[in-house]
Design a protein around this ligand. Structure first.
Ligand code: GLY
Length: 356
């Protein structure tokens, strides 16, 4: 069994990564937490696949198990869902000794994580990610939160899950497009920290190869979060592709382009920006395009430079006039490049031309 410990100023996260690991999650929780009530939070896509099984496993491990099923999709990532979870936690009579279990992708991890972080000022939290994107990125590192109508992720917390159980075999139930979406984040890890990941990405990944790739991505994230839990320095590298990616996601009303697809286009834009600034090696772009195509990710955007520039500058998370933009020197090596919003807008006009 592969295990990583993430030790931050606020808590210690135990991260288990192994095929078939889902079955062991309740026993791990029974060993770590004193309480015997487990409330499982999941969504309408995941519930038919795993809720019955996981409930029985928690009951078998001595828990009294209850659950909430949210509507699948980004529109559930809001304060109404959090409020509903508080009610359900309360009905389940959870105490701080008990636990919330987030069983799902990024939306469930973020929403249930935030509810767990704030209910009774913090109850125990187990993350069981069921998408590749959540397994390699969002379930680890403690960022959780929900969207406001003013923008994405505007309310949230840093709250480390006490246990994360990553079972690559649950990904077999995923439609292909979700898998490809997660590959964008895998490619991100390769570009920011480990060029070898990029070399190991064949079109068909065996179960063991995928396990190794997930482990390596989580290990990179663990190392970064241990240095900078609060996103003040090196953690910003994880935002490679996200500044312009978020703008593309927003322009498509969070429906036309998935998060991974948007990040894929954002990474391409960031490489082009780096080449224009003489920071990025030119052949990085061909490598990225090749990898994106290999996983069915689009390399073209229908948006004009003016639309993207407007969406970037109206991002409610950009409160200052300076942006920490993430550039790549060479695959495996990233840097934080501070530039003014105005310079970024100019770069966007240079990047998003006919030949993007
Ligand atoms: N998903 C980026 C981070 O956790 O910082």
């Amino acid at each position: 069994m592969k295990k990583l410990l993430l030790k931050s100023a606020s808590a210690e996260s135990e991260i288990y990564i192994e095929r078939g690991m889902l079955e062991n999650a309740p026993a791990l929780c029974a060993g770590r937490f004193p309480g015997r009530r487990a409330h499982i939070v999941t969504d309408s896509n995941v519930a038919p696949l795993f809720l019955k099984k996981i409930t029985e496993l928690f009951e078998g491990a001595g828990f009294s198990a209850s659950s909430s099923v949210l509507e699948a999709g980004e529109t559930s990532k809001n304060l109404n869902s959090v409020s509903r979870l508080y009610e359900d936690f309360s009905k389940a009579r959870l105490t701080r000794a008990d636990l919330a279990v987030a069983l799902g992708g990024g939306v469930i991890g973020d929403t249930a994580g935030f509810a767990a972080a704030t209910y009774l000022r913090g109850i125990n939290l187990c993350q069981i990610p069921t998408t590749l994107l959540a397994q390699v990125d969002s379930s680890v590192g403690g960022k959780c939160g929900v969207d406001l109508k003013q923008g994405k992720n505007l309310v949230g917390a840093f709250y480390q899950p006490h246990i994360v159980v990553i079972d690559p075999d649950v990904l077999k139930t995923l439609p292909e497009k979700f898998f490809c979406d997660g590959m964008a984040e895998v490619i991100k890890y390769g570009f920011i920290a480990d060029g070898d990941i990029l070399n190991s990405l064949s079109a068909e990944l065996s179960g063991e190869a995928l396990l190794d790739i997930i482990f390596r991505c989580v290990e990179i994230k663990r190392n970064i979060v241990e240095k900078d839990e609060r996103d003040l320095s090196v953690r910003m590298l994880l935002n490679f592709g996200h500044t312009i990616g978020h703008a593309i996601e927003k322009l498509g009303s969070y429906a036309k382009f998935s998060h991974g697809q948007s990040v894929a286009l954002g990474m391409k834009a960031a490489l082009k920006a780096g080449i224009a600034l003489n920071v990025t090696k030119k052949d990085s772009l061909a490598l990225l395009n090749d990898l994106l195509r290999r996983y069915g990710l689009n390399t073209d955007t229908p948006y004009k430079a003016s639309e993207i520039a407007e969406a970037v500058s109206s991002d409610k998370k950009i409160f200052s006039k300076t942006i920490s933009f993430i550039l790549i020197r060479t695959p495996g090596e990233a840097l934080i490049y501070n530039l003014s919003l105005q310079s970024l807008e100019q770069l966007i006009y240079e990047i998003f031309r006919e030949d993007f």
